[in-house]
Write a protein that binds this ligand. Structure first.
Ligand code: SF4
Length: 214
């Protein structure tokens, strides 16, 4: 996988990551500071998901993997093998499942990302409120991260009864910064002014474990 990209392309991808963090993601987290309770050792975002990534993201992740001690590498490979078997079983038993197979990220160890500096784009946006376009009118456009129900992000202004963010709670806390939802779709993060001069294409997005051969 790493060999599918040149050293220059991977360096270019790294530069892209730095730019989207600096110009978008870090700025968003800073703006949402009163509502964000992400901290080291909290790994809810990595415990149940599908982790959609492109090939270059996975190649960069594997670059991080290549620097891990052998013992840890073996552990991750075994986890991936097991997950692939579990996915196959799940799909056989639940052919009509809309949600699809959800799993703990194989790179998570002791509640920490073992390839943190090399993590994918989606991993960097976890925890922010985002909006989705094209949803039915009756459905909420803004998506609050699920950890709101665990007393984490946005929970200080969330009303569990109405399932909405509460202006009253905001006032009570004296917070003047409105909670904002961002466009964090991969389509946008992979196609913007920062990506115009890249020497690679992001291409197809797949669930992380689907990139690994059976
Ligand atoms: S790669 Fe790291 S940050 Fe991304 S889901 Fe896996 S453990 Fe979490």
């Amino acid at each position: 996988m790493i060999d599918d990209f040149s050293t220059e392309q991977l360096a270019n991808y790294k530069a892209y990551l730095n730019l989207i963090e600096e110009r978008m993601i870090n700025k968003y987290f800073e703006q949402q500071k009163p509502y964000i309770f992400c901290k080291a050792g909290c790994s809810h975002c990595c415990e149940k998901g599908q982790y959609p990534v492109t090939k270059i993201e996975l190649a960069y992740l594997l670059l991080g993997f290549s620097q891990l001690p052998n013992e840890q590498k073996i552990e991750i490979i075994e986890k991936i093998k097991k997950l692939k078997q579990e996915k196959l079983k799940f799909e056989t038993e639940n052919p009509a499942s809309k949600e699809g197979f959800m799993y703990e990220c194989p790179f998570l160890k002791n509640n920490k990302c073992s390839v943190y500096e090399f993590r994918a784009v989606i991993c960097r946006t976890h925890g922010l409120m985002f909006f989705v376009e094209g949803v039915k009118d009756e459905e909420p456009k803004n998506k609050i991260p699920f950890c709101v129900h665990l007393g984490l992000n946005y929970s200080n202004i969330y009303d569990e009864k109405t399932k909405t963010l509460s202006d009253v709670k905001m006032k009570e806390l004296g917070i003047t910064q409105e909670p904002l939802a961002y466009n964090l779709s991969l389509k946008t993060l992979f196609n913007n002014e920062i990506t115009q001069n890249l020497d690679f294409e992001f291409g197809k997005v797949r669930a992380m474990i689907d990139w690994f051969p059976d």
